[in-house]
Design a protein around this ligand. Structure first.
Ligand code: SMO
Length: 731
């Protein structure tokens, strides 16, 4: 057997579109989500929630509820004693912080806020007991004044502005709608806890629980089992998680909480919701001279861990891929009597892309230039990494090539000709283009790779997954680094007992950061095994190694080596953020009689850097595309002016359905390897929410341009579009 030949055959797993190893279990109903886990003696916790947006609690009497059948305990804020504050990532210095109350203390600050917690033998008994609590709230008015928290500023205007355009984009609040709602199951173990949580960030969950409850973090194990979607909505700890853990300790029983869909609409974090406006100046050739943007983020009633990530991202990436000599971005926040606002797939990047891309299209119209043309005139050269006017280090990206590829793939000139014909025939059709850059994959992550006694490799990472197929991609990465096939690699994730520390899966980081940690750990293990065997270079393949001309199976190698030489724990810290980029085109038709939009085509060229598994990439792109369409066309969490929630169920809140997807989707990739990590990978999970909304919004505005040039509010529902077409002045 020729060792070199088999090695070559096994060293190319990165880049293959391998089927997801996760799928057989998930597709056959063998997934294991928090609610599927049922330890012996498990009891259930439910919450009495505020039905009013704001007020003081004038009476709260839980005596009747305590006497209800099956009830083990009823808690109010008075029963909790001293607890620590929930944490906020201080991404913007001096930004105001509002930790949550685990249960309302004396006053309520939003509909859905937990006021009392009931633990009972069954869920139904707990819910019945919640009904038996006497709660009176003296309603109060809410008034919160906006506050400026930061200004991003860079560059100086060098040439004279010939004309300016202005745009407003008001984002609806939306729900990071995961199929699996939030859930938490806490089991007392010795002096500590084992906590099963539907989370993106198990290590953060562990540390948050420890700090808030005043327990040593070493005594808490957090496990994220299968998680059915998260999208930023499960990256922070919630009052309900803390209460569940508190009750488990107090009662010495496993306690489980699973949110209902209405709990999710009332009290889970929401996203977007920013009001934005901007001004873009141009010289007489259509070159940008200056850009000023303003974003107001309504933060709701408390600040989750990443409350300031959207604002920070929107501010720092406002100019997108464009070369603008002078930029300012002002960020305001306010609090309100609503659910808290946090990251949601894109987290500030869509807000930046929507504003700049609207401004660029308006500038094209004002200058009489084609939207492609004005973009070409104003691109930064991103082919080598560098620092932009915003002082952000920006990774590789060939924006001009992306635009060229988009023009060709979409057959742009022909599309415009057909549009003109259809318009002449009375159709309402539009074409929109958007470019984007997105920071993704930053910070550090840990990985551990072990050669097990049975000759398989076990790899664990602090990152975790919520349905993305990460295990498949990580196994490909580890397999290449070790020179074995992926089926010799098992992947463990989402368990704080596996590793000393970790972060999780968010901000499009899992491949770039988690994958790089995996790669480094596996390479180091290979080197360590070689050293332990006393060779400079390990001759190996999938089956084992060659040592002095003899073949040793991997299990035989394991047997020869002391345990400590068979394991590597590695922390990878990225020197820079990876930045992905891309270009998208949307073609839409609006029915003038009903205002209904049909997305006829999305063409999309994405640069996700080095691709580990194209099938997984496309899954991410398409999922993000659907959620991006929701943001621009149908989704809106609505409150009345007093803060009463109007969209408490799927009867009122419109997530996109299969029939809302584009008639055609053309995906292509134009990868430039990232300069920010050894794998060369960039992020892809959030791209759909960043690329698609500005392209579709530009297409809608292009479609209605013969009737009105007003800025459409979001979501651009059939009613709004019908009014824009049929009675533009009233709309
Ligand atoms: S919005 Mo993401 O899960 O960082």
């Amino acid at each position: 057997m020729d060792g070199n030949d088999t090695r070559n055959e096994t060293r190319s797993w990165i880049g293959r579109a391998m089927p997801r190893r996760e799928d057989p279990a998930l597709l056959q109903g063998r997934g294991r989500f928090v609610d599927d886990i049922m330890p012996t003696g498990c009891v259930f916790i439910e919450f009495l929630r505020s039905t009013v947006p704001a007020g003081t609690i004038s009476s709260l009497d839980v005596a009747d509820a305590r006497d209800m059948p099956g009830v083990l305990a009823v808690y109010t804020a008075d029963d909790l004693g001293e607890t620590g504050p929930s944490a906020v990532n201080r991404l913007i210095p001096d930004a105001p912080v509002r930790p949550f109350d685990i249960l309302a203390r004396g006053a309520v600050s939003s509909v859905g806020q937990p006021v009392a917690a009931i633990v009972a033998e069954t869920r139904e008994a707990a819910r019945d007991a919640a009904e038996a609590i006497w709660l009176d709230i003296e309603e109060a008015e809410t008034a919160h004044s906006p506050q400026t928290i930061a200004r991003w500023e860079g560059g100086e205007q060098q040439t004279e502005t010939a004309f300016e355009v202005a745009a407003h984009v008001d984002h609806a609040r939306v729900a990071p709608f995961a199929l699996e709602p939030r859930a938490c199951l806490a089991e007392p173990v010795g002096h500590g806890l084992r906590v099963w949580m539907s989370t993106q960030t198990p290590f953060r969950g562990r540390d948050d629980l420890a700090r808030i409850l005043g327990i040593d973090a070493d005594l808490i194990q957090v496990i994220a089992p299968d998680v059915g979607g998260a999208f930023g909505g499960k990256a922070s700890i919630f009052p309900e998680d803390v209460m569940t853990a508190f009750a488990a300790r107090a009662l010495g029983r496993p306690v489980k909480w699973t949110a209902t869909r209405s709990d999710e609409f009332m009290a889970a974090t929401q996203g977007r919701g920013a009001a934005s406006s901007g001004v873009l100046g141009c010289d007489e050739t259509g070159r940008f001279t200056r850009l000023a943007g303003q974003f107001r983020f309504d933060l709701g009633s408390w600040t989750p861990y990443s409350a300031y990530a959207p604002a920070r991202n929107a501010g720092r990436i406002l100019p997108g891929p464009y070369d603008v000599p002078a930029v300012t971005a002002d960020l305001d926040v306010c609090f309100s009597a609503t659910a808290p606002m946090n990251i949601y797939r894109g987290a500030g990047r869509p807000e930046a892309a929507m504003l700049i891309e609207r401004l660029v299209d308006k500038a094209a119209n004002a200058a009489g230039l084609d939207p492609l043309d004005i973009r070409r005139r104003n691109l930064r050269d991103g082919r080598t990494p560098g620092t932009a006017v915003t002082r952000e280090w920006i990774d590789t990206g060939d924006y001009a090539a992306l635009l060229d590829a988009l023009e060709n793939r979409a057959d742009y000139a022909r599309k415009r000709a057909v549009q003109a014909e259809r318009r002449a025939a009375g159709e309402v059709v539009g074409i929109g283009i958007a470019l984007y850059i997105e920071p993704c994959g930053q910070g550090w992550e840990t990985a551990q790779v072990t050669l097990r006694p049975d000759g398989a490799f076990a790899a664990q990472t602090g990152s975790s997954a919520q349905g993305q197929g990460r295990q498949t991609a990580w196994a490909q990465i580890v397999a290449d680094a070790l020179g074995v096939r992926p089926d010799r690699v098992t992947i463990g994730e989402g368990d704080t007992a596996d590793l000393p520390n970790g972060i999780g899966a968010l901000a499009s980081r899992s491949t770039a950061i988690g994958g790089s940690a995996m790669m480094r750990a596996a390479e180091k293990l290979r080197g360590q095994i070689a050293t332990a065997l006393g060779v400079d270079h390990l001759e190996s393949d999938h089956t084992g190694v060659w040592l002095d001309g003899a073949h040793l199976r991997w299990d035989e190698v394991a047997e020869r080596l002391p345990a400590e030489t068979r394991v590597v724990v590695e922390t990878f810290t990225a020197p820079h953020e990876a930045w992905a980029s891309g270009a998208a085109l949307a073609q839409v038709a609006i029915d003038p009689d009903t205002g209904r939009t049909t997305v006829e085509e999305i063409t999309w060229i994405d640069d996700a850097g080095r691709v580990v598994n194209q099938m997984l990439v496309e899954g991410q792109l398409l999922g993000g595309l659907a959620q991006g369409l929701g943001c621009v066309l149908s989704e809106r969490v609505a409150y009345d002016p007093d803060g009463q929630l109007l969209t408490g169920s799927l009867m009122d809140y419109a997530v996109p359905r299969a029939k809302d997807m584009p008639r055609a989707i053309l995906l292509d990739k134009l990868p430039t390897p990232s300069a920010a990590n050894p794998l060369g990978a960039k992020g892809v999970g959030e791209a759909g929410c960043i690329a698609v909304p500005p392209a579709v919004l530009n297409a809608l505005q292009d479609a209605i341009l013969p009737f009105t040039d007003q800025d459409l509010p979001l979501p651009a529902t059939p009613e709004i579009l019908w009014r824009a077409i049929n009675s533009p002045k009233e709309a």
